[in-house]
Design a protein around this ligand. Sequence first.
Ligand SMILES: Nc1ncnc2c1ncn2[C@@H]1O[C@H](COP(=O)(O)OP(=O)(O)OP(=O)(O)O)[C@@H](O)[C@H]1O
Length: 235
Amino acid sequence: MLSVRAVNQFYGERHVLWNVDLELAPGECTCLLGEPGAGKTTLANCITGHLPVQSGTLLWHAPGGPPEDLRNMSVARRAALGIGYLPQGRRLFTQLSVEENLHIAHRAVNTAPRAIPPLIDTLFPALYAIRHLRASALPGVLQQQLSLALALVTAPRLLILDEPLSAHPQTPLEEMALLVKRLVQEFGMTILMAECSLSFIRKVADRFCLLHRGRNLAQGRPGQLDERLLGWMAP
Ligand SMILES: Nc1ncnc2c1ncn2[C@@H]1O[C@H](COP(=O)(O)OP(=O)(O)OP(=O)(O)O)[C@@H](O)[C@H]1O
């Protein structure tokens, strides 16, 4: 799905990602681990196009087509290819309705007629039922569902989630884990998720990639996670 090779990124003079490699296989959930400041959000932003990379390659593998280099593509073009992003923190238009928020997110990558895909109704029936209400009028848990729905409304092939548990504190771990598993198993999405909760990672991850100070420290299956590497993580 996506091959990240030898990616380096700087903030000014500061070298933040050092020759990072990451291979995302289709239909798998890969968890990106690392201490605060390890570079997880930076890597996510390099993939979505919100940050440029200084060197390295980002190859997108579409079924049946040649690999495409993402580096010179805009955020919108990458989103149109199928990269969805749920950043940390809620980004809603609070004065607009649920439906208007979804239409804006949908239209950002799709000029097709206004329509909310059935995926949203299926995953978030309570939210869909009150889609005419203003986002500001929703209780916290439904605002969190709406921010998730905004990342999903384009039916991405690769969904990048930046610390969804801490960004959605009112959504219980079990519920979030169930959602992630449904996205992978029922809707065939590939997921890259920055996360710090080990118990959550063990529930949903097919693979992990551990960053430390911007470098790949280890990659593999969750069963290979070495507890000695993870002393900084939440249990
Ligand atoms: N806009 C910026 N300008 C300069 N330095 C930055 C910027 N954003 C992040 N950094 C620095 O880059 C490094 C990597 O930050 P990043 O946010 O990618 O880490 P992270 O692993 O996502 O951390 P967290 O778990 O706290 O979100 C950190 O040292 C951080 O201070």
